[in-house]
Design a protein around this ligand. Structure first.
Ligand SMILES: [Fe+2]
Length: 235
């Protein structure tokens, strides 16, 4: 049993939900997905959580750096995350890849709301993605519609043939079965994710041989040239 109190888990969940739903200059498709997720979340907020045993995943070695950065960009969220961060159910859900040894210790997800999460829902997932520095999350796809909100770390996000470096506060929407990938630079990435639609079927990697690998640019090209298109939901 975790030593964290139920109240600390609830404070983090509420911070996650409010950070996810906070208003910005959203595109209409992002705003519609936020509204859908918020509606699905409603029934889960009244029940007590089932607090899991800490997974002890290696990605937690990045938490101190991520929390320090989050205190700069989202201090209220950092305050809620800090007491529970290391105890979250961080996990890596793919099979190992021969072409990416060690990847399973460089990135993980901690789901707070979902089919097997502390707050149970079969309609929506809400959680955190944490990826270590200088890591590549290979191209993948899934039936669920996915919306990311970047909390900490500027990483390169690829959707189909478009790639762009996205800072904290960015929203990235992946429609069902859209092929996408992420690559971090010198700083780890922490992002809130949501899933709607088919939240049961897992994400699958796409092989380059299948022609599904997205395009990435060098950081210099993307930042200096400013030519990378902004990711949208149209991928
Ligand atoms: Fe995804």
């Amino acid at each position: 049993m975790s030593s964290q109190s139920v109240n600390e888990w609830r404070i983090l969940r509420d911070a996650l939900v409010s950070s996810f739903a906070s208003n910005g200059s959203e595109s209409s498709d992002v705003a519609a997905e936020i509204a859908l997720v918020t509606r699905y979340l409603e029934p889960t907020l009244q029940v007590p959580p089932i607090i899991p045993v800490s997974s002890g995943h290696g990605v937690t070695r990045y938490l101190d750096e991520v929390l320090a950065s989050t205190e700069t960009f989202a201090p209220a969220f950092a305050k809620a995350l800090k007491p529970v961060a290391a105890a979250l159910p961080w996990r890596y859900g793919y099979l190992p890849r021969d072409d990416a040894p060690g990847l399973e210790s460089e990135m993980a997800w901690a789901e707070l709301i979902g089919p097997v999460a502390p707050w149970r829902s079969d309609d929506v997932c809400l959680g955190l993605t944490l990826i270590g520095r200088n890591s590549f999350y290979p191209a993948h796809r899934h039936p669920a519609v996915e919306l990311y909100t970047v909390v900490s770390g500027t990483a390169e996000w690829s959707l189909g043939n478009n790639a762009a470096w996205r800072p904290p506060g960015s929203r990235i929407l992946h429609l069902s079965e859209a092929v996408h990938a992420m690559r971090t630079g010198d700083e780890p990435l922490l992002a809130i994710y949501s899933w709607t639609g088919d939240v049961i079927s897992p994400s699958r990697y796409i092989s380059e041989a299948a022609g599904g690998a997205p395009v990435f640019h060098s950081p210099e090209e993307s930042l200096l040239g400013n030519s990378s298109p902004v990711l949208s939901s149209t991928g």
